[in-house]
Design a protein around this ligand. Sequence first.
Ligand code: ADE
Length: 237
Amino acid sequence: MKIDVLTIFPEYFDSIFEFGIIRRAKLAGIVAINVHDIREYATDKHRMVDDRPFGGGDGMVLKPEPIFAAIENLIGTSDRDAYPTGTQVVLLSPQGKPFKQATAQSFADLAKHIVLICGRYEGVDERVNDALVTDEISIGDYVLSGGEPAAVVVVDSIVRLLPNALGSETSAENDSFSDGLLDCPHYTRPAEFRGMAVPEVLLNGNHAEIEKWRREKALEKTRSNRNDLLTGENGDM
Ligand code: ADE
């Protein structure tokens, strides 16, 4: 998989993909991640990437020209209908569709080339969305100062699902959300720590009982922290 990130703060990503599973996946050739400065695609003499909003109001809006030029350079066309199969152009914004484990899984399964556009300021000129973007994505109902942290979240959650990215094939199967439930609690040594004992069932080697306990605890945890996952309601305040 090839991932390109478009940002006005390329330094933000300097070391963020250099750890753990993402680093290993890069070294193993499972994914190539490249970060591009939107300013490099600005052609005016001041290399302007943003401007005041038409209609007035606070803040600045990212201009369309450098982003169109970047997409033409990275994909070969700014005609969305002509993108090669498996090409996704993602705009990170609080107005996007909610990003879920199922979204990450579908990108991991289907996408070959993902271009992530990090929004900034008051927003991005809507013509970018109208003409270039295949998926407008939000990572949650809160406002970040830019799409950069969201891009990191999206990259991380997709790359770990790519074939052979995790050490063992079963690791992702047991993740929270993969079966609609949160993950169960985990324990390691020591068996007793500051008066707190590890649940006996985990020590007795009875795998059927352990599985049953894990399922019950996953349900309990889900009911307590994310009842919306069980009821289908979204838990809005
Ligand atoms: N940019 C600002 N807030 C965001 C959010 N919640 N998700 C994705 N991109 C964002």
